[in-house]
Design a protein around this ligand. Structure first.
Ligand code: PMM
Length: 267
């Protein structure tokens, strides 16, 4: 069964939703709408990780996400917290989050893995090679899927050493994180190297730059959100077909439909 993660970004600067959901009440309503749309998990984040983004103080991050997490969990939603900070992860689990989604795989905050180990939450461990402010400094690969799989395996080892049981892990190759253009396609094409690690795999392509680059007819063309969402639905359905357990998206309806159509083809 595929799991669809709906994105609830509670940030003023998210390129994806233009910060429209900064207001707590609107973020909660957005999350509820994604749930009605068919999201199985609501992924709530208060710090943008887009390329070039600067860090946000954990206390501000927590002011943004905790009331939203508490309200959505109280409604019965399965909530994930998208954070690089151990203190935010622990506070979010106390507020009702059942998954900690850390795109840095524990590398951004040295206290993260032991903090998560002390909770009963699942842990989505992302492939990461450094902060968003310097995203592309380490973006060179010879065999992207193989290198990413190897580095994820190292992450699994770090998580195990910190006391996180393997059954609690979800692996994410971090599409767009320290990966420019073609490297993202190389990782997706080689997804079996990552599923072969034996853990649940989460893929997040939603509205990412590499999709716009692929669609761009000529330099400087702006690719609308609608077009990025269509491209996201296609890549998400293909990722599921290639063995992904979950996909993280903004437009839940489009991706849900794409997965349903792809499944009908196969059944
Ligand atoms: N991408 C973003 C944020 N969080 N979490 C996971 N697990 N995987 C991702 O690919 C991922 C993520 C950046 O996208 P956004 O700014 O549109 O939320």
């Amino acid at each position: 069964m595929t799991t669809i993660w709906g994105i609830v970004n509670v940030t003023p600067d998210s390129f994806s939703d233009g910060g429209r959901f900064l207001d707590t009440a609107r973020a909660i309503e957005h999350g509820m709408q994604l749930r009605r749309d068919g999201a199985d998990v609501l992924d709530v984040g208060g710090e943008s990780t887009r390329p070039g983004a600067e860090r946000v103080d954990p206390s501000i991050e927590q002011e943004r996400v905790l009331p939203v997490i508490a309200a959505l969990a109280a409604e019965g939603a399965t909530v994930s917290v998208d954070t690089l900070n151990a203190s935010t992860a622990v506070a979010a689990v106390s507020a009702g989050a059942r998954i900690v989604n850390d795109v840095s795989g524990g590398l951004a905050d040295e206290r993260m893995l032991s903090a998560v180990a002390g909770t009963d939450a699942d842990y989505a461990l992302g492939h990461w090679r450094g902060p968003s402010s310097d995203m592309y400094a380490n973006a060179s690969y010879r065999r992207a899927a193989r290198e990413v799989a190897g580095e994820l395996r190292d992450g699994v080892g770090r998580a195990a050493a910190a006391g996180i049981a393997p059954s609690r892990l979800i692996l994410d190759p971090g599409i767009g994180f320290a990966k420019a253009g073609q490297a993202n396609w190389d990782v997706l094409r080689g997804l079996d190297e990552i599923t072969a690690l034996g853990h649940r795999v989460l893929i997040g392509t939603s509205r990412k730059r590499f999709l716009a680059e692929t669609l761009r007819a000529s330099e400087g063309d702006d690719i609308s959100l609608e077009r990025r969402d269509l491209a996201t639905a296609v890549t998400s359905a293909l990722a599921v077909r290639a063995g992904a357990w979950a996909v993280r998206v903004h437009d839940v309806v489009a991706t849900r439909d794409a997965i349903a159509v792809a499944r009908a083809w196969e059944s």
